[in-house]
Design a protein around this ligand. Structure first.
Ligand SMILES: C[S@@+](CC[C@H](N)C(=O)[O-])C[C@H]1O[C@@H](n2cnc3c(N)ncnc32)[C@H](O)[C@@H]1O
Length: 217
């Protein structure tokens, strides 16, 4: 895939906000209980399926990757932002974190037991989401699980600041039914959906979708 200009904006912006993000965004231990339950259920399903490691795509400073590892899953992180990857490596030297983009993953076909995309796809312009979900499908092993969590809505946001710093990324909030459609079009089968009303630190509706790549016939 050609170098995409939005990736530079996302990477540069998260480099700028990385340290503040770590200070301001609560760790998984302070996440809402339903989101934590989805992460725990995902970890258990991945462990039971025994198909390989989980890639946390858009892992930020690594805390959710470490949370998954604490739930007994072999997990590693990938993020566009070198600063985020630096923070993750510093905090969790025993886990693997690499720079990369979910638009063009370096993993082989059928490589992963699970993919976590946790509040990391909303910076991808909607026209590129089919390519991202195609990458998820390509790299998941048959029977492997995807857990997607993010804000829902129908809005394009162009903030000038994030976490108190200047940013140039945009955010695209899509209706949950559109996300379900994208999963389906990529060949991933929806297993569960959780929709949460606005509340908490970011007062927006948010949701989780759990999907599975079908086993080979
Ligand atoms: C809101 S933060 C969430 C971080 C982490 N998932 C968490 O919950 O703490 C979004 C992260 O996704 C990363 N990201 C956005 N688009 C990406 C892409 N195409 N490939 C890899 N990482 C990406 C950003 O660099 C940023 O670190």
């Amino acid at each position: 895939m050609a170098e995409l200009s939005f990736l530079t904006a996302v990477s540069d912006s998260y480099d700028t906000v990385a340290a503040d993000y770590l200070e301001r965004v609560p760790p998984p231990s302070e996440m809402d209980p339903l989101s934590r339950a989805m992460l725990a259920g995902f970890a258990e399903l991945v462990r039971m399926a025994g198909l390989g490691a989980v890639a946390n795509l858009g892992c930020g400073p690594g805390r959710v990757t470490a949370h998954l590892a604490g739930l007994g899953v072999s997990a590693f992180g990938v993020d566009l932002s070198p600063k985020m990857i630096g923070l993750a490596r510093h905090a969790y030297p025993n886990l693997r974190f690499t720079e990369g983009s979910m638009t063009a993953l370096e993993m082989r076909d059928d490589d992963l037991g699970g993919i976590l995309a946790w509040y990391s796809t909303h910076h991808t312009p909607p026209q590129w989401l089919p390519a991202v979900f195609a990458e998820f499908h390509r790299t998941l092993a048959p029977g492997g699980y995807l857990l997607w969590g993010d804000y829902a809505g129908n809005e394009r946001l162009q903030p000038t600041h994030g976490h108190g710093r200047p940013v140039s990324y945009e955010s695209y909030l899509l209706p949950l039914d559109r996300m379900v459609e994208l999963l389906d079009q990529a060949g991933l089968v929806l297993t569960a959906r959780l929709e949460q009303e606005p509340g908490g630190r970011v007062n927006r509706p948010h949701a989780c979708l759990l999907a599975r790549k079908p086993e080979r016939p």
